[in-house]
Design a protein around this ligand. Structure first.
Ligand SMILES: [Zn+2]
Length: 349
């Protein structure tokens, strides 16, 4: 099968399109999917240079998101059959430990992500467990379906289960443009929150306003701290935002805390500008902040977003689609930070 694969941890130059042996049904709950579209996430970009704790076998098929047609199923699969249009929940766990049985799959000891801990979606065929596939709404095109799961799931868990964003609350989202921040914007509006977003590009802010952003800041001409001050000024009693979504890390951490009201919640799922931050514990306890980590989501949370997608909600923006043979171009666009929405790779047509 044709596949976009990483040959070693040498950066984008180590990506190559090649012929690899196709996977086949092995376990009774396996679903083999003929991939139509794959989508990449920041994880994919980081993996080209190597990620602590992840040890791929090279050549490693990349791609953390995908959608396609069921090709074959294992003996015990009942929820889908060959020919069904499905998208893939990239959060894979053992399915049998006490945490998985309790619906807390994200804490499973063998929790992993398609395209990171196992072969990815940028290949003509991919094998995943039955519990990781969901039907695609009829009206949803392949590229939108491929771009939906990872970032929507991540943002959904961040804002609902973790930050418990409530109607009427103010949420600040740094750096609109990537998959998670755009999904967070859509989800926050769905939850009837007041949404503040930032970007260094006016065209991204304009699109965010079309999607419902209530307040936008260009950080090309302002420091994050200056934006934090403005955000506070526009909240009741100048207290600050109820929730801050920060996946930027080092560059925005201090400003995130400055923008946060006493009792506010800061939730993070990434650190694109660097992972090392400092914290004055006196401020933490005095302001009674909640600093929340979040990653991926549970099967229940995935079912919740799939239901919303079926109702026509939370569909991601697609930035661009490139054919498999030019898959590296999607990575290059992400590395430059040019994307506004999902970067999709068309694997087959
Ligand atoms: Zn488990």
């Amino acid at each position: 099968m044709r596949a976009l694969a990483l040959m070693d941890h040498g950066g984008l130059g180590s990506l190559a399109v090649l012929d690899l042996p196709a996977p086949a049904i092995a376990a009774p709950d396996d679903v083999l999917i003929r991939v139509r579209s794959a989508a990449i996430n920041h994880l994919d970009l980081f993996l080209t240079e190597g990620v602590k704790g992840i040890h791929p076998t090279f050549p490693h098929v990349v791609g953390t998101d995908g959608a396609g047609m069921v090709e074959a199923v294992g003996a015990e699969v009942t929820s889908v059959r060959p020919g069904d249009r499905v998208m893939i929940n990239p959060a894979v766990s053992c399915g049998s430990c006490s945490l998985c049985r309790a619906g807390e799959e994200v804490f499973c000891r063998s929790f992993g992500i398609v395209g990171e801990h196992r072969p990815g979606t940028a290949a003509e065929l991919v094998l995943v467990p039955e519990r990781n596939v969901a039907g695609i709404p009829d009206a949803m095109p392949w590229d939108v379906a491929a771009g939906f799961p990872l970032s929507t799931l991540t943002a959904w868990r961040m804002l609902t289960t973790r930050a418990k964003l409530a109607p009427g609350e103010t949420v600040l989202i740094w750096g609109i443009g990537g998959g998670v921040s755009l999904a967070a914007l859509l989800i926050a509006k769905h939850l009837e929150a007041r949404v503040v977003v930032t970007s260094s590009q006016e065209r991204k802010l304009a699109r965010a306003r079309e999607l419902g952003a209530d307040e936008t800041y260009n950080h090309a001409d302002r420091t994050p701290e200056e934006i934090a001050r403005e955000v506070r000024k526009r909240t009741a009693e100048g207290a600050g935002a109820d929730v801050v979504v920060d996946s930027v890390g080092e560059k925005t951490w201090e400003a995130s805390l400055k923008a946060l009201r006493p009792g506010g919640r800061l939730v993070t799922c990434g650190a694109t500008s660097g992972p090392q931050v400092s914290l004055d514990l006196r401020r933490l306890f005095w302001f009674q902040w909640s600093l929340l980590g979040s990653t991926m989501g549970t099967r229940r949370e995935f079912a919740e977003i799939v239901a919303l997608a079926g109702a026509g909600k939370l569909w991601p923006l697609v930035d661009s689609v490139v054919p498999l043979e030019q898959g590296r171009a999607a990575y290059e666009r992400m590395a430059r930070g040019d994307q506004l929405g999902k970067l999709v790779i068309e694997v087959s047509r």
